[in-house]
Design a binder for this molecule. Structure first.
Ligand code: FDA
Length: 414
């Protein structure tokens, strides 16, 4: 009978976390097999950051992960983020001669293409002598504790499309559920269930929000309009706010402001949006009233985008003063106009779902994992890294930094 190939570690999922972990572990001298069912390696890196991959964020404070990471226990990622920092990844990018730039709020992007980051990760795997099987499906996983294992230690037997393999350690790096058409599956969660590892409920994150058709009809004409806003949700203590750009769409709201707040939005809760955060609208309209005879909409268009001014004023037959020259409008009507734009309260009916989400919230419960190594506390040799874990970063390179840092922590422990 042919012997079953034995590896020190088998990593399932050749995305950001899996590729990085494989390269690091291989370079430590371990015999590593990396398996992915997709035709192409690292599809999410390829499409990330508009094709330029926002590969990290240099403003991450590893001592305060709750500032930029969501999950039941964001403190969990403190150890991994402190031991592998954005500066470490930047040094690697520099070593590979990849040019990059900062775009916005600490976000670093490749100058040329996300392909450069993928090529770098593949080169790191080659340097570590990593064996890569792709495309290759995984059919079944079994665990033999040392007492029952032919190799003498604990081992995982993995039945793949290319035959059986076994390893001392098994790393699950199969990511979350977003964008199923490029290979996302629930594989990681199913393996967690197989080994009785608890899960936190999953839902789409960094995702556009949608509204009921009729309620949204007056705003659908604004599709394509982008503007800076302040957006908030949540009750007093848990209130979260972002100052970012918002984008109107045919079905609802998108843009960085909405993607960020979506990770904190609880179904049924309202959002509060200030559509003109840089001006004190009430005072500005009162000043305009004192000096101008233009229509309210025309004066408002000096303070907010004109499409928004027209739609906002036009949508309200209940406020006939808004259709008048501003000097004829009552103070009360102008105050109501300012208040409505500065405190627009609306309740989304849902999200665009995993088809459009950038990430999956929830996943493998961090209480079941070691924060030093990502190993399951109750299942020796089984590790979960990257997005499959209940750690989700903000928009802006945080999710890749979590992928690199959790992969690094794991690779040092394999
Ligand atoms: P990742 O999803 O990268 O990899 C998982 C791998 O597992 C895939 O290769 C998949 O094929 C494989 N797999 C899945 N099921 C399998 C199975 N059953 N068998 C075998 N293999 C399987 N983040 C960021 O920081 N900056 C950015 O610019 C962006 N931009 C961005 C844009 C878009 C459109 C999306 C959808 C996402 C982003 N992100 C991002 C998020 C980021 O891409 C994401 O958090 C990381 O890729 C997660 O890395 P992982 O390695 O955990 O999963």
């Amino acid at each position: 009978m042919p012997t079953i190939p034995f590896f020190d570690a088998i990593i399932i999922g050749a995305g950001a976390a899996g590729l990085f972990c494989a390269g690091q572990a291989g370079q430590r001298g371990l015999k590593v097999l990396l398996i992915d069912h997709a035709e192409q390696v690292a599809e999410k890196i390829r499409i990330s950051g508009g094709g330029r991959c926002n590969f990290t964020n240099q403003d991450i404070d590893p001592r305060a992960p709750h500032k930029h990471f969501v999950g039941q226990n964001p403190q969990f990622c403190r150890s991994a983020l402190s031991r592998y920092t954005p500066q470490d990844f930047i040094a690697l990018v520099r070593k590979h001669g990849i040019a990059f730039h900062e775009k916005h709020k600490g976000q670093l992007f490749a100058d040329r293409s996300a392909e450069d980051i993928i090529a770098m990760l593949l080169a790191e795997c080659t340097a570590g002598g990593v064996t890569r099987w792709q495309p290759c499906g995984v059919r079944k996983i079994a665990f033999s504790p040392s007492s029952a294992s032919a190799s003498g230690g604990d081992s995982y037997q993995i039945d793949t499309d290319r035959g059986p393999v076994q390893a001392r350690s098994l790393v699950i790096a199969t990511g979350g559920l977003s964008i199923p058409k490029i290979g996302a599956t629930d594989f990681g969660y199913r393996i967690a269930q197989q080994f009785a590892v608890p899960l936190v409920e999953r839902r789409p994150g960094l995702v556009p929000l949608t509204f009921d058709g009729d309620a949204w009809a007056p705003y659908a004409q604004l599709a394509g309009l982008a503007l800076p806003v302040e957006i908030s949700t949540g009750a007093k203590k848990e209130r979260m706010s972002f100052h970012e750009d918002l984008l109107f769409t045919h079905r609802g709201l998108s843009g960085p402001a909405v993607l960020q707040i979506s990770s904190y939005w609880q179904g049924g809760a309202p959002l509060a949006i200030n559509l003109a955060p840089a001006v004190e609208l009430g005072e500005a309209l009162a000043r305009a009233k004192a000096r101008s005879k233009k229509l309210v909409a025309n004066e408002l268009a000096m303070l907010v985008p004109s499409r928004l001014a027209d739609a906002w004023v036009g949508q309200s037959p209940a406020n006939p003063d808004w259709q008048r020259p501003i000097n004829e409008a009552s103070d009360k009507a102008l105050a109501r106009l300012a208040e409505g734009l500065a405190r627009w309260e609306l309740t989304p009916t849902g999200t665009e779902g995993y088809k459009k989400a950038e990430v999956t919230l929830g996943g493998v419960d961090t209480r079941a994992l070691s924060q030093q190594t990502m190993e399951c506390k109750a299942q020796p040799g089984l590790y979960f890294i990257g997005e499959v874990v209940d750690i989700t970063g903000w928009l802006g390179g945080y999710n890749f930094q979590w992928a690199w840092a959790s992969a690094h922590a794991c690779a040092q422990a394999l």
